[in-house]
Design a protein around this ligand. Structure first.
Ligand code: GDP
Length: 338
């Protein structure tokens, strides 16, 4: 039984949501990562939602105003808040419910429904059928780009793939060394190139090595920062050209790394980067460090870019493939159990 089914059984009183019972052991580990990584967000979200229902009088305009305020302060975003509040209001009226418990249930059901209709799991990485799959990582300094390259390298390696990393962020002091440390720790080779000042030569060497030695994945840490849209476009276009010369299928993924602790700013960054180059997916880091984890909802609602991975801590294994079921379950679990 999937987690959405479990949530629904909890709604109908058929089942209390018990997390470990008859979960596949692998899934139990992933769920545990999600639950721990999302603790701050869950606590603050549950508190805000519970507050809505204490001192309850009747369901009126004030209730919906308070609901909107609670959602916005959880960084769910304006557009998502409006869509959700409308959906909840419509369902409450249609079903004629007045009691707090019933309204709460409608609210949780609508949150799950908005997610479920988008599809549950994010699309998997786009693979190169013929040669190494090349993934470029872009993002502003400090968002967790280099760390994410290391973590994704680890998860691909764990899945049995042969992984190569390229230290193409020659702009940020220390980024090359930092990736080298990840490489040594994980036993994944890192191409640093002959000339550390020129990312193009690093990428050239890396793609040649990946082809010649039969690597499955080439992960490229770039200095793809947004100092100006024109510069970013030029930088990435140059990298793509170099890669295409050696690897006819070119680049499969351009992943934008965003820091979840910056809340709605992450959304603004995603929009700006997406105007400069085609972003194929997002990596949302540091969810463990923020109560603003609702930003995942607004990013999914407002952008047509899938969140492919989320960062739930600093360990190599704390990066997880984004999955809507796990996310929603971890977000609303406390509310289900009350
Ligand atoms: P870059 O400049 O984008 O390459 O950023 P770094 O990879 O150097 O990461 C900046 C800081 O964020 C480092 O201290 C990382 O350990 C930390 N970091 C990255 N991802 C996560 C995460 O998912 N959770 C937490 N708590 N810290 C993270």
């Amino acid at each position: 039984m999937g987690l959405f089914d479990r949530i629904k059984r909890a709604f109908t009183g058929e089942d209390k949501v018990v997390k470990d019972q008859d979960l596949d052991p692998k899934e139990a580990i992933v769920l545990d990562k999600y639950e721990r990584g999302m603790e701050k967000t869950r606590k603050s979200f549950s508190e805000r939602m519970s507050d809505l229902f204490t001192g309850w009088r009747e369901i009126d305009e004030d209730f919906y105003d308070d609901l909107e305020e609670a959602l916005i302060s959880a960084d769910v975003g304006f557009a998502m808040t409006m869509a959700l509040t409308d959906a909840i209001q419509e369902a409450v009226e249609e079903r004629n419910v007045y009691q707090p418990e019933a309204v709460k249930q409608v609210m949780l059901e609508e949150m799950v429904a908005i997610y479920e209709k988008d599809g549950q799991a994010s699309p998997a990485l786009i693979e190169n059928p013929d040669g190494p799959t090349v993934i470029l990582f872009v993002g502003v300094n400090g968002v967790g780009k280099t760390t994410s390259v290391g973590k994704i390298g680890y998860s691909l390696q764990q899945a049995g793939h042969k992984v190569l990393m390229a230290a193409g962020d020659t702009f940020r002091a220390g980024a090359v060394e930092q990736l080298n440390v990840w490489g040594q720790r994980l036993d994944i080779p890192v191409v640093t190139g002959r000339d550390q000042g020129d990312p193009a030569s690093v990428v050239y060497d890396a793609v040649k090595k990946a082809n010649a030695e039969g690597y499955d994945y080439l992960l490229v840490d770039t200095a793809g920062r947004l100092h100006s849209k024109a510069n970013l476009m030029a930088e990435l276009a140059k990298m793509k050209r170099i890669i295409e010369r050696e690897n006819p299928n070119g680049v499969q993924e351009v992943l934008l790394v965003l820091d979840a602790t910056t809340g709605q700013n992450a959304l603004i960054q995603a929009k700006q980067f997406n105007e400069a180059t085609e972003i194929t997916g997002l990596v949302l880091t540091k969810l463990d460090g923020t109560a603003k984890g609702g930003v995942v909802l607004s990013i999914r609602h407002e952008l047509d870019i899938p969140v492919k991975y989320i960062g739930l801590g600093e360990q190599a294994s704390d990066l997880q493939v984004f999955d809507a079921e796990h996310y929603m379950y971890s977000l609303i679990r406390d509310l289900l159990e009350k």
